[in-house]
Write a protein that binds this ligand. Sequence first.
Ligand code: GDP
Length: 478
Amino acid sequence: GMISVSDLANKMAIKSSEVIKNMMNIGIIGTINHILDQDTAQLIAEEMGHKVILQRENVLEEMIMKDRDLGNNISILRAPVVTIMGHVDHGKTSLLDHIRSTKTAFYEAGGITQNIGAYHVKTDLGSITFLDTPGHSAFTAMRSRGVKITDIVVLVVAADDGVMPQTIEAIQHAQAANVPVIVAINKIDKIDSDADKVKNDLMKYNILSEEWGGDNIFVPISAKTGKGIDKLLNVILLQAEILELKAVPTGMAEGVVIESFLDKGRGPIATVLVQKGNLNKGDIILCGFEYGRIKSLRNQSGDEVLSAGPSIPVEILGLSKVPFSGDIVTVVRNEKKAREVASYRKEKSRESKLLKQNKINLDNMFDNINKNDVSELKIILKSDVQGSLEAISGALLKLSTNEVKIKIIGLGIGGITETDASLALASNAIILGFNVRADSSAKKIINIENLDLRYYSVIYDLIDEVKSAMTGLLSPEY
Ligand code: GDP
């Protein structure tokens, strides 16, 4: 913790000048705004004959959260939040553009849609919010912070191209996050399109239509002609109905930052997806390491609005600095306290970066099992050839016991990529490479986040090490 000279003086009920004098005694020159670290502040206070009681750092955070007005507690249905995923060039942008141009005209007569990273559209049957996040990065960045914002994934697969690497990645992300997948088979206007082949190929990845005993809905569409898109929207709303998505629309809002940037003229700007309550102009918010009072809210049409409710994306102005996407936004009552909590969090994160010990790895696994933290060992497996991939995954799955289930959440042929690393991070998985290596961008994430990556060239060694870890016999590596 940190404290300013004036705050410290306040706590001791003495004049700041007294503190400054005592600071000088130990060689620190500063004014009343000077910030002292915990040890120094403690030393000075004790020198002055005061007893120091260290405040637990999260006390203030707890207080500020308790002091929120949570509304009337009556939840009502909210619009589903949908992410469109799929391989490059399969038509994600075209699909979103088509939906946007045909479904948002209602309140955007003549206006230009602003790119705020999400769109709320209205259909005759209900509203849907689409997230326009590039690639899978935002999806995983948010999940790795433990935030779930996507209710439904629409997987776009071009019928003339079929299942491709990023299609498979998208499936892995959705399945790891436990989000239902609706398949939009796109480009059916093309003569070489083959929807059945797409259906067949997706079976391998556990994406199965209802008539085949699965629970994924397939909708053939053309993002070019617009065919099937109304059906797709209806299917999304149907799926949403099954999920019974509800939120309390009153009280102090809570939401998530889905996009943020620094505008030279206007300052830090963030798009917030409201998840609960009502976000208003003038609200004081805490947002990750930042805080602020909302100066203005703008909707996707660029119009200023006074408030936004659940599942509505709005651009907000008034934050101290640019927050991260995935940061949770919470409305609180007191701006000064919000600032203190924000700076506590910053401080804490600096400390915890130094000792990132909470990540799963094979060495600490047994401890975690004993603490009941782990009942599942999640693995991402990459290998050089199909044969070894199958042999290893088969053998790994057989290692599952009553205490520990082995779950392979991602597997594939080829080197370990950034996607593998971010999936591991988001899902708290370990990465095993058989005769393959991690590329430089994957290595960066693995190092920064301290993920457990292991290389093998002998199948027996790999299996043996996982098995030992599961039974707690693994000798620590030095
Ligand atoms: P993204 O990379 O997934 O966002 O794909 P885009 O939306 O940029 O589409 C890639 C290309 O496919 C573009 O040239 C689109 O015009 C084209 N495309 C997208 N959907 C369709 C479709 O339904 N039919 C046809 N014929 N072309 C399409």
